[in-house]
Design a protein around this ligand. Structure first.
Ligand SMILES: Cc1cc2nc3c(=O)[nH]c(=O)nc-3n(C[C@H](O)[C@H](O)[C@H](O)COP(=O)(O)OP(=O)(O)OC[C@H]3O[C@@H](n4cnc5c(N)ncnc54)[C@H](O)[C@@H]3O)c2cc1C
Length: 354
């Protein structure tokens, strides 16, 4: 079978990249092994315009947010689902210092930040001592619906193979690649943390980051806002909320831990005045990078082998935008942003390969 592209992975990266290629009329096959707890399937789906303890604007957010809104609405309408909504992130200050940091940030740039008219209005439901601020607008992406619906559409077109991709079976020729019965002009790895073991890209500065979450039933909590005080409580579905997460740079494995569950249950008990029940507990590893920037482009010595990865903590906003950029690069030979192009690692990549 001859195709233009072979894509490995149907997380948020592989989904958007393949969708861009499809829109351009290019042929492709996606290979994705079913993994219930891949990063994209465990993520809460928040696109937050500010970040960090100093509450500064997220990198490129003024371009990423409008792009994401359009991209999720476009893919959603093609699949017959709604997969993005606007939501407020209510940031309950855990300390007086954090309140001060928020007030300082408003003075510097109030584009996404505001204070409530009455900061006591959450007291019937929540315990908090130092007031709160509002981050608006945030977006909430329903990744579970999106990935499932997109997967189904690929399966219906017979262009998704639900199997493990074995790198050792890949044959790389001068102007194409062969994998079993598939001959493609290029292969693009969108395989999340797996790329750190991939013989062509293992020298890229990946910095995997583990996160654990609880799925919690909170019957009396309106599913209207993201509520944050140390942990985030994010509307998930019906009475269920996504509660998390950790950001661990050092970890032994990708499994759930009793420590996280106990600590998070204690945080919820002290934050909520209403009952809750833990329904599930997940863990996954984010494909983060040392410089906190994605990896996109082609291996300098093996131009038929590409990567679209390194989305870190912000796959929901970065993947749609840079998937379009990578597709434009392939179709129109336009340049990739230097911050994401793997060209910046030409020297380290030259030391990798078969
Ligand atoms: C707890 C947690 C919370 C998060 N919350 C957010 C959030 O709110 N907002 C946000 O923007 N980001 C969030 N993230 C980060 C986000 O999940 C990632 O940036 C994003 O999912 C990465 O997507 P990806 O497609 O690159 O990789 P992945 O989601 O890991 O997808 C890779 C895919 O490749 C497949 N695969 C890998 N190897 C093979 C193989 N050999 N053969 C076949 N298939 C293979 C896997 O099965 C998987 O489907 C969160 C992450 C975690 C862990």
């Amino acid at each position: 079978m001859n195709i233009d592209y072979l894509i490995i992975g149907q997380g948020i990266s592989g989904s958007f990249l393949s969708q861009e290629l499809e829109s351009a009329g290019l042929s492709f096959i996606v290979i994705d092994e079913v993994r219930q707890h891949s990063a994209s399937r465990v993520a809460s789906g928040i696109i937050n315009p500010v970040t960090g303890r100093r509450i500064v604007k997220t990198w490129m957010i003024d371009e990423l947010m409008p792009f994401a809104w359009e991209a999720y609405n476009k893919i959603g309408s093609s699949l017959g689902i709604e997969c993005i909504s606007i939501i407020d992130n209510i940031d309950f200050f855990p300390t007086p210092q954090m309140r001060l940091a928020f007030l300082n940030s408003i003075q510097e740039d109030a584009q996404y930040l505001s204070l409530p008219a009455n900061e006591n209005d959450w007291h019937p439901t929540l315990n908090y001592d130092f007031g709160y601020g509002i981050i608006h607008p945030c977006f909430l992406v329903n990744l579970q619906s999106l990935l499932a619906a997109y997967r189904k559409s690929l399966l219906n077109k017979n262009i998704l193979r639900e199997e493990y991709f074995h790198t050792n079976d890949l044959i790389v020729n001068a102007d194409n690649i062969r994998y079993h019965d598939i001959v493609a002009t290029k292969i693009i790895f969108c395989d999340g943390i797996e790329s750190q073991h991939n013989r062509w890209f293992k020298n890229l500065p990946f910095a995997p980051n583990k996160g654990e979450v609880l799925i919690v039933e909170i019957k009396d909590l309106p599913a209207k806002n993201i509520l944050k005080k140390g942990i985030s409580i994010v509307p998930w579905k019906e009475n269920l909320f996504w509660v998390g997460s950790t950001h661990e740079w050092k970890f032994e494995n990708d499994q759930i831990t009793i420590g996280f569950r106990q600590k998070t249950e204690a945080q919820l008990t002290s934050f909520l005045k209403i009952p809750f029940t833990v329904m599930d507990h997940w863990a996954s590893v984010r494909p983060a990078t040392l410089e906190r920037r994605p990896f996109a482009g082609f291996h300098p010595q093996y131009p038929s082998i590409g990567i679209f990865n390194g989305m870190g903590t912000k796959g929901c906003s970065l993947a749609p935008y840079f998937a379009r950029q990578l597709a434009d690069h392939l179709i129109n030979k336009s340049k990739l942003s230097p911050e994401v192009s793997v060209e910046r690692f030409r020297n380290v990549l030259a030391r990798s390969g078969p």
